[in-house]
Design a protein around this ligand. Structure first.
Ligand SMILES: Nc1nc2c(ncn2[C@@H]2O[C@H](COP(=O)(O)OP(=O)(O)OP(=O)(O)O)[C@@H](O)[C@H]2O)c(=O)[nH]1
Ligand SMILES: [Mg+2]
Length: 684
């Protein structure tokens, strides 16, 4: 394969709405550049980018795919991310590897939920952004209305650059406002007479936006009343690169209208790795800038890793600086471990082409890396720099997962570990209290997909269910009790007696053990047994099999027998004494309360607030953020488990939230008695 300098590469990621035509667009591009000889269709399951069984079955993308091709001596690496919000990891991955994010929107559907989610998910990524209004041939397609809806609902002001000629079934080409040229059915043409006004109007918008992006240009613009063609071109490129202009293009993927003109625009107007050749990296606690070049510091980044059934572990990598060669020893700072570069490939969907090396600015795949995974940096063995950490969404949906067949119980952990490696927005925790493996993710489909992959790749059947709430037990009153454990009939006897003063402690203070024995009523050698006995029963719980917290136990009196007292006897006496104390001290359950930040469009405020209250939530406050409301609330975890689907249905998918654990709080009596009754039933 040919070598490309940094200025001859464009790395772009297609993100945005699900169903907007990203995968179809790549398919058409690949056909136009003769990488493939037949145009596949998403609905026929034969496209280059949607090649997984699950994607073919669903007729949509579920994971990030990569393609590369040559367009007039420029190498275009194109990443196709799924638009569906549950697969946010893929969009974030894509955004770490490219200079430009192309947000694709459906011209006939406008500002859809998945488009909004994609914009918000990636709003803080420091990359160039552009808009593709696709499906211009569709009934109801409207380029300007679509751009207007973006302006209305987000902070982005798209500036038309490739404007459509006609729309719906009359869509036949575009006018490139920077070049001032029309292209109809792929050929250069005169600007249609009836479009002069609209071209003039949009060219003014573009020129003003370009002029405003630069003081010098603004002065010239004021003096001359316009910019020259050269000024417009170089000014637009600079403004696009710096995010001062978000250009908008129009096309139809499946009708192959303006797809080549779009490729032309990608090469001519969007930044190359050479245009963005400085990257900020972490160097210990500090940040520093690396100037990217082939001879410079090695900085590469694994933006996606997964295990491929045929080749094993695959890592998609973006080289920012330096050069990757087979056999090179490298350091993976996030793992604090060495690794070695093996075979390298350029990627086209599921196909791979051997690569001798990977040069700065390029994207490829590494096979069988030992430790380098998703979101890991690759640097020289003598270097400690790493890429900046990528912020990820916090979990909003939880399910406990368990192998259906006992024989799979050992395998499931390893399999899940592999699948979790592939999606950084997913995590798993073994909850020792409830004895459950809890998957925490960002959507229902994401977790269902994990379960499907367990089956298809690892042949493991697993069941999913709402996790058990990790309640705690405590008491609400003092108790002063004694318990005598005595078994002295036949053989060696058992004898121990303890007197306890048991008291509740403030939330979060845990367990306090006080030894007030005087005069040796209990010999000091048995005191640790009492404490051990208490620790054991506190771990198991008394009323509902949940750990006991926030109590103090003061052992102040007791009795013993010279022969029959033992460690075990004092342990047993202590268990029973605490059980007795719980009978009088009015036990209560505590539940985890999480703090949630709920972000919703204004119109849903009333409904969402009402729903939060019915979920025993407390509203702490609200504020306006951009075009949305942010509601701060506290909510019991028990209610949070099912909150995400509920919030989505209340807000037509537009609500979202983040959450974190806050504290434990008393469970209302009616709910506590249900939990206790259920625990009794399982015990029986
Ligand atoms: N009429 C028309 N249909 C299109 C066009 N582009 C895509 N489609 C259709 O829209 C549907 C979705 O297209 P995809 O390419 O899968 O969309 P996507 O953006 O990749 O969707 P996700 O993978 O879910 O993010 C398919 O049925 C396509 O045939 C277009 O330009 N015009
Ligand atoms: Mg797709």
């Amino acid at each position: 394969m040919k070598n490309y300098d940094m200025e001859d590469i464009r790395n772009i990621a297609l993100v945005g709405a699900s169903g907007a035509g990203k995968t179809s667009l790549v398919e058409q591009m690949l056909f136009n550049v003769k990488s493939i000889t037949r145009v596949g269709k998403v609905e026929d399951g034969n496209t280059v980018m949607d090649f997984n069984d699950e994607e073919i079955e669903k007729g949509m993308s579920l994971s990030l795919s990569v393609a590369n091709f040559d367009w007039k001596n420029t190498k275009i690496n194109i990443l196709d991310a799924p638009g569906f919000a549950d697969f946010a990891n893929e969009q974030i991955s894509a955004s770490t590897a490219v200079e430009t994010l192309l947000f694709v929107i459906n011209a006939s559907a406008g500002f859809e939920v998945s488009f909004e989610q994609s914009l918000e998910l990636l709003e803080n990524r420091d990359v160039t952004k552009a808009i593709i209004v696709n499906r211009m041939d569709n009934e109801g397609a409207d380029f300007y209305k679509t751009l207007e809806s973006i302006k209305e609902n987000s902070d982005i002001i798209p500036i038309p650059v490739l404007i459509p000629i006609g729309s719906e079934h009359k869509f036949s080409g575009i006018i490139d406002l920077i070049k001032g040229k029309a292209f109809i059915e792929g050929k250069s043409a005169d600007i249609p007479a009836d479009m002069k006004d609209i071209v003039e109007e949009n060219k003014m918008i573009l020129m003003e936006a370009v002029a405003e992006s630069d003081d010098e240009l603004l002065e010239k613009y004021f003096e001359a009343g316009e910019l020259t063609d050269d000024e417009l071109l170089s000014g637009a490129k600079e403004a696009i690169k710096n995010g001062l202009i978000v250009p908008a293009f129009s096309c139809s993927a499946t009708h192959n209208i303006a797809v080549n003109e779009l490729l032309e625009a990608i090469v001519e107007y969007l930044p190359s790795p050479a245009d963005k050749n400085e990257i900020l990296v972490q160097d210990g606690k500090d940040e520093k800038t690396v100037i990217c070049s082939e001879k410079g510091d090695l900085v590469a980044y694994v933006f996606k890793s997964f295990s491929d059934p045929n080749v094993g572990d695959l890592a998609y990598v973006r080289v920012f600086s330096g050069c990757l060669k087979s056999g090179l020893d490298v350091f993976i700072p996030e793992k604090d471990s060495k690794d070695r570069i093996g075979s390298m490939f350029f990627v086209l969907g599921k196909n791979r082409i051997d690569a001798d090396d990977l040069k700065p600015g390029d994207i490829g795949a590494l096979v069988k890396m030992k430790v380098a995974r998703n979101f890991n940096s690759i640097v020289s063995t003598n270097s400690k720099i790493r890429m900046l950490e990528v912020p990820l969404p916090t979990p909003v949906f939880w399910q406990s997962i368990k192998a259906v067949n006992q024989s799979d119980e050992d395998k499931i952990g390893i399999a899940l570990g592999k699948l979790l490696d592939e999606d950084s927005t997913l995590s798993m925790q073994m909850n020792a209290e409830t004895n459950e493996n809890v998957l925490a993710g960002i959507g229902e489909q994401q977790i269902t997909f994990v379960n499907k992959k367990l089956k298809s790749r690892f042949k493991i059947d697993a069941g999913l269910k709402t996790p058990t709430v990790p309640y705690r037990e405590t008491i609400s009153r003092n108790a002063d009790i004694s318990y005598k454990h005595r078994k002295q009939s036949g053989g060696r006897g058992q004898y121990a007696e303890v007197y306890f003063r048991v008291a509740p402690k403030p939330r979060g203070e845990g367990f306090e053990f006080i030894n007030s024995i005087v005069g040796g009523t209990i010999p000091s050698k048995f005191i640790p047994s009492i404490q051990k006995g208490l620790n054991e029963i506190m771990k198991k719980g008394i009323v509902a099999n949940h750990p006991i917290v926030d109590i103090s136990v003061d052992v102040y009196y007791g009795s013993f027998h010279d022969v029959d007292s033992s460690e075990m006897a004092f342990k047993i006496a202590s268990w029973n004494a605490l059980k007795k104390a719980f009978e009088v001290a009015i036990p209560i359950l505590l539940e985890p309360i999480h703090e949630a930040q709920i972000v919703i469009p204004n119109e849903y405020m009333g409904d969402v607030m009402g729903d939060v209250s019915t979920r025993r939530g407390k509203i702490l406050g609200m504020q306006q953020k951009g075009k949305k409301q942010v509601l701060n609330a506290q909510m019991p975890l028990a209610e949070l488990f099912g909150y995400f689907p509920a919030l989505k249905s209340l807000t037509q998918g537009r609500g979202k939230f983040t959450q974190k654990f806050s504290h434990y709080e008393k469970v209302p009596v009616e709910i506590a008695s249900k939990v206790i009754a259920a625990a009794k039933k399982t015990e029986e």
